[in-house]
Design a protein around this ligand. Sequence first.
Ligand SMILES: Cc1cc2nc3c(=O)[nH]c(=O)nc-3n(C[C@H](O)[C@H](O)[C@H](O)COP(=O)(O)OP(=O)(O)OC[C@H]3O[C@@H](n4cnc5c(N)ncnc54)[C@H](O)[C@@H]3O)c2cc1C
Length: 804
Amino acid sequence: RLAAGTTRFCAGIVSTARHVSIELKMADYSNKLYQQLEQETGVQTGYMKTGSISLAQTQDRLISLKRIASSLNVMGIPCEIITPKQVAQLHPLINIHDLVGAMYVPEDALVSSANVSLALATAASRNGVQIHERTSVSHVLIQKGRVTGVETDRGKIQCQYFVNCAGQWAYELGHSGDEPVNIPLHACEHFYLLTHPLKEPLASSVPTIVDPDGRIYIRNWQGGILSGGFEKNPKPLFTEGRNQLEIQNLQEDWDHFEPLLSSLLRRMPDLEALQIMQLVNCPESFTPDMRCIMGESPTVRGYFVLAGMNSAGISYGGGAGKYLAEWMVNGYPSENVWPLDLKRFGTLQSSRTFLRHRVMEVMPLMCDLKVPRWDFQTGRQLRTSPLYDRLDAQGARWMEKHGFERVKYFVPPGKDLLDLDQSKTFYKPDWFDIVGSEVKCCKEAVCVIDMSSFTKFEISSTGDQALESLQYLFSNDLDVPVGHVVHTGMLNEKGGYENDCSIARLSKRSFFMISPTDQQVHCWAWLKNRLPNDSNLTMEDVTWKYTALNLIGPRAVDVLSELSYAPITPEHFPSLFCKEMSVGYANGIRVMSITHTGEPGFMLYIPIEYALHVYNEVMNMGQKYGIRNAGYYALRSLRIEKFFAFWGQDLDAFTTPMECGREFQVKLDKGMQFVGQEALLEQKQNGVYKRFTMFILEDHDTDMDLWPWWGEPIFRNGRYVGKTTSSAYSYTLERHVCLGFVHHFDEKTGEELVVTTDFINQGEYEIDIAGQRFQAKAKLYPFSSLFTQRRRKDEVELSGYQRE
Ligand SMILES: Cc1cc2nc3c(=O)[nH]c(=O)nc-3n(C[C@H](O)[C@H](O)[C@H](O)COP(=O)(O)OP(=O)(O)OC[C@H]3O[C@@H](n4cnc5c(N)ncnc54)[C@H](O)[C@@H]3O)c2cc1C
């Protein structure tokens, strides 16, 4: 039945204040859509523009709100930071004594969610959509990896596309087909109370209150109030074995709701005498990373998913539907939806225990403060390197990516370990000096970083099939001599980066491909769907077979040559080279002269059974060269100061090599067509509409000022031109460096214009960190003079890419 799921009990708050930019865009679209729906369909949706006020009880919370406010403002969504007194003026019942400020979004709204569903269904029917109510899908029919139909309790229906938008049942429905589709979500109980109308009924226009520090939200409801929240100890819910697909109000649990009720009474003390009408309890689905799930299954063509709304389904619904529809019709949505793509997950996030533990962390996180570099605490130590215990014993502090434990930094002996684990701040963190010394060691001696989480594929063939296919799917020329490593994009038809990787030619007919950690599912699916179905061509995911050690620094060459007895001089081992070598007793180590940072050094891909041996050998030999362990924070600082873009942070499916200064990694004249070539040729002809730029903060005090993170608005001559994508403190420049994209919007029409080098160079820039602007110097080339010269040479050779 329409609106018989969670939507039936939804509190109806449409809120645009979101941290993730794509979620913010979806909510904005929904708000605008719902506003016109009643007029369009004649179905009353209860749409009421009340505005919303998010309260801050602490300075840190206010900073977090200011960051969101900056994002909303540059998107043209009205929003202001207001004082507690202004809160009291906008809402008569709010206790403001413990507040330090608030964020007011006047265009946020309330709707009746069930009626919005009916209105959307009405509009769809008018456009020819058939709706079969009270019809249950038992499983999805799949043939040769494609959806062909669904089996329902009223018979079979043939279809080319199927969208699993079954809310909390999506997980089980995903597993009910001939081929399982993993949809990692899990429901938790979610409560709100309803009161009778107040003595003096609350005006219907009164703004919705969100009090994250108090873990509650409060809206007007028929002259009384509706108030729910996100408790610290959520109750996960299992649905196995229940086939009823309509949600009933679950059991009341007043003991469980008590902390939220106390919080409500603190925020609205006048409610003491209030008459409670009902405590609503309804399941809602949460996902492992607090972001909803959309997109096509990596294994079954035509099987789409839209589920796991993390308590914001009505806010996202309109926008999410739009992007999914575009995806199905055009093959790709009009915005970068990678943060929501089903393919960011693998089977590893689908264990019931993992989901149960993770959603119990996620639900409280809806209200917790999101400071830079926070990590999930549950579902940890799932994927680890064979060196995990060794590194842990040496003071490693861990973070997680795609289920893999990666080292952030190493706490030196004697430091207060507990204290260091609490480094949750918007300001200078307490690991500052520790990471600084790791960076220094990378610059002056040698460090080793375990980077085993990288995705690794081997692609080989009996004849030329591997080379021919890869030449078509990648933009750089892979027909290089055996032993060479090529940095290349895996582009889509629009020239955007579906992946950014390094490929080593192991032999005439085999290639070793290294991709970012979270590419494991996406890249596999992309290649599987495009490689010819030829038994002479094989692709294997060998991620788990190799431990990867990054030896960074000027003395890396000494360590390696002593351990391998092989000449590692630039003539024998030039840059971007790959050789199988023995290191210590271990044979078959794939050594590549790259470090992903712009610093000298080598990546060692070691068959896992040799990992500990090789690590021990490297550390022992490295002693005399001052070797030490380092982590990803040092790597991040090094790569950002060198202006290295990383996929998933700086690069995405909407960014081309021309836009991020990587023309030199594209071979337009490699003698055959490749995916994205036409789009790149057009950019070469007409110029680009955004340009990857490096910003050095000028008047920023590292000790006293807020640190940039990513997503900060960039202003050129006082006008908004784009956002940062990553940032780090550069210990070399002793300044903060931000990377981001600069656009050129016409001052009168707002139309996007070509971005030229002059446009970048002739502007005065500021970066907005939580509402405070800092002057920044823009650069299109990194500082290292050697690197700069090479890049410039490449630019000259490929001159004409940029019409100036
Ligand atoms: C108490 C509460 C308050 C909330 N308040 C808000 C709010 O104020 N603002 C906001 O934005 N969000 C809110 N949410 C979240 C929002 O309600 C949900 O995110 C949203 O309703 C989820 O919609 P959905 O379509 O994904 O799932 P559902 O609404 O659960 O829909 C799933 C549908 O799939 C059908 N189905 C399942 N399996 C099958 C099958 N095998 N065959 C056929 N049909 C099937 C079900 O019958 C159901 O109709 C709230 C949630 C709760 C629980």
